[in-house]
Design a protein around this ligand. Structure first.
Ligand code: ADP
Ligand code: MG
Ligand code: ZN
Length: 622
């Protein structure tokens, strides 16, 4: 937004001007009334002066004695009274000797105007100035611009307006997410050719809500809409509405929509809308959440007051749709939901390509392989993977990114950096080698599990001492019960190998245990994969896009029963893994030894060894 008001002189300027004027007036009206201040002396000095005949006039008060000397420019002195029985005699003596006068020492008062200024005007001026200063600081903190003078900008929205050319992001920059792009393209089209829609009587939704996990490109999509549409684009984050004072957030919402109405056709984008759009809960406790509720209410009111034919479209993004107030989602408000999901294999590959286009890379990069290795990564993580790869290329003094950079950076993003200086003892390294081989071998010996892609025992900054990467051939949307069970037994494989070979167990399996338990619990309580419970939902999922918190929704007895079954299920899979490894001990030793020496082995190497004839049984050497 252009600032149109001419720059105003700060208010402080006028106060200072008035103050100076008053001071001048004072000096002009009462030119001679100010005199030196009272000088304090001690009692002996006073007596000395009295004896020397320097005191001209004296006035004895209850606590002090005031006196004036006989200098050319008389000076008023003050001295504290002492217990002095001879004081009267001394004064009488001085009176008779050199004509000391008893009298009224006129301590000159300040000029009346001056004292008025000092006691009344000055404090007020100081207070007002302080207030002004604080207000200004606060406004600056809130990032509010100076439109209309600083004191009037409370409650102004700080929405940034994008003029079409400034974002430069187009739909082409957003890879994958075809469904979302389709819906948004329609909205852009509507803003450009409203008559096409109006002539049929089609009404576009007032608002579209982009929902999906973090980093999937919601904000990016909204910016692309801004880049594609030739209309003003107001962008504000939900948290910017959250204010210190009740009512200010609401005022900001009002202002935002007023500006939008003036500039229609236009798009208003509210990012992270869950910050203001959370469910209102009647009892919000002492003090309540009045501010947030008022802001939300205002938003609802504004959305109702809009008529899409005017051409204001509201976009919002969130990664916790389930926590939004239902009122926001009812028809007529954000009635269109645009799912922005984690990319699939093809999507991941496209996103990698989009970002790789921005770095110099070898022409023969196998994007498909990288995309496959980065299963589950979000767009933001994929962008990060490309960037890490570029950094690695620079670190190694190369001028372009090659395949191994990309592969290493997938691991960096997923598992953290390689820890360069972590020293594992040989014994520990051997244990880790057996642990990881255990995972890989159990996976390979079962029919329904993803092929092993890589095994490594190089410690990572994330704390993992090693890991086994399994990569699915394609995308997987359904998991069968067998696959899940095999996954659990693969997870137990690490611990099983440790136990079988070393007859002692380590802390290295904690992550495996957590994952296995989660899976087992989900199988029983969520996927209905047990005889006992059947298709009954025993646990609810919330925050689906943020990792998913599962909470039990069943009676305590059932919960106990679930716990029992979970333990049983995991134990069964543990036994299965144990049998598999026991039957293949020679393989386990062979592979673990190979891994121990090489530290990292690829899926191909792994399979090659697995396809060789079974070796003789060898025991671990360390
Ligand atoms: P969200 O708002 O969903 O949390 P962002 O839109 O902020 O995620 O995405 C963060 C970054 O991730 C983007 O700036 C972009 O670099 C990258 N990114 C995410 N999704 C995509 C995608 N579909 N195509 C290209 N880049 C993407
Ligand atoms: Mg975002
Ligand atoms: Zn493990």
């Amino acid at each position: 937004m252009k600032e149109v008001n001419p720059p105003k002189k700060p208010i402080i300027f006028y106060y200072l001007l008035a103050l100076v004027a008053l001071l001048l007036l004072n000096a002009f009206l009462f030119p001679s009334l100010t005199r030196g201040t009272i000088k304090e002396v001690n009692y002996s000095e006073f007596l000395q002066m009295l004896r020397d005949g320097q005191v001209q006039e004296v006035q004895v008060e209850q606590d002090v004695i005031l006196f004036v000397d006989n200098a050319e420019q008389p000076q008023i002195y003050e001295v504290g009274r002492m217990e002095d029985p001879e004081l009267v005699d001394r004064l009488e003596e001085a009176k008779s000797q050199y004509g000391l006068e008893y009298g009224q020492v006129v301590v000159e008062e300040m000029s009346p105007l001056m004292s008025f200024l000092l006691t009344w005007v000055l404090p007020i001026v100081v207070m007002v100035l302080l207030g002004q200063l604080l207000t200004r600081l606060m406004l600056k903190k809130m990032g509010t611009g100076g439109v209309g003078g600083p004191a009037m900008t409370f409650g102004k929205s700080n929405a940034k307006v994008y003029v079409p050319s400034t974002t430069g992001i187009k739909f082409a920059d957003v890879a994958g997410e075809d469904e979302a792009k389709e819906i948004l393209t329609e909205i852009v089209d509507f803003l450009h050719n409203p008559q096409k829609y109006n002539s049929i009587g089609a009404k576009l939704p007032k608002g579209a809500l982009l929902v999906g996990p973090p980093g999937t490109g919601k904000t990016l999509l909204a910016k692309a809409v801004a880049g594609e549409a030739n209309v003003p684009f107001f962008s504000i984050s939900g948290s910017e509405f959250v204010e210190m004072f009740v009512g200010m957030g609401a005022a900001k919402v009002r202002d935002l929509f007023k500006q939008a109405a003036e500039q229609a056709p236009c798009i208003v984008f509210i990012d992270e809308i869950d910050t203001i759009g959370k469910k209102r809960d009647g009892a919000s406790g002492i003090g309540g959440n009045d501010e947030r509720e008022q802001t939300l209410n205002q938003l609802l009111t504004e959305m109702d007051g809009f008529d899409t034919t005017k051409g204001v479209i509201i976009l919002a993004a969130t990664n916790r749709p389930e926590s939004l107030d239902p009122a926001l989602l009812r028809p007529g408000r954000f009635d269109r939901r645009v799912p922005v999901e984690l990319p699939d294999l093809k999507g991941r590959e496209d996103i990698l390509r989009v970002h790789a286009a921005k770095v110099r890379h070898a022409p023969n990069l196998d994007f498909s392989a990288i995309a496959r290795a980065a299963a589950g990564a979000s767009g933001a993580e994929l962008a990060n993977i490309v960037n890490e790869a570029a950094l690695r290329a620079v670190r190694q003094g190369r001028s372009e990114v090659i395949q191994s950079d990309m592969e290493e950076s997938v691991e960096v993003v997923i598992a953290g950096y390689q820890k360069k200086n972590q020293i594992l003892s040989d014994k520990e390294k051997l244990i880790v080698a057996y642990h990881e081989t255990g995972h890989a071998l159990v996976a390979a010996l079962q029919s329904h599990s993803a092929p092993v892609h890589k095994i490594t025992i190089i410690p990572r900054t994330s704390g993992a001492l090693g890991y086994t990467m399994q990569v699915d051939e394609g995308d997987h949307y359904l998991m069968s019960k067998e696959e899940l069970e095999n996954r659990i037994s693969t997870l137990t494989g690490g611990r099983v190998a440790e136990d079988l070979v070393f007859h002692s167990i380590t802390t290295g399996a904690s992550n495996d245990i957590e994952q296995a338990t989660k899976l087992a619990r989900a199988m029983l309580a969520q996927y209905g994969m047990s005889e006992e419970f059947g298709m009954v939902a025993l646990q609810t999922q919330s925050n689906l896009y943020l990792g998913g918190d599962a909470s039990l929704a069943c009676s305590p007895e059932t919960a106990t029963e679930i716990d029992r079954r979970v333990i049983e299920l995991v134990r069964r899979q543990y036994d299965k893994a144990q049998n598999l490894l026991r039957e293949n001990m020679p393989r386990l030793h062979q592979l673990a030894k190979f891994l121990y020496e090489k530290e990292t082995i690829t899926g191909e190497e792994f399979m090659e060894i697995l396809n060789q004839p079974v070796p003789k049984l060898q025991a671990p050497e360390a």
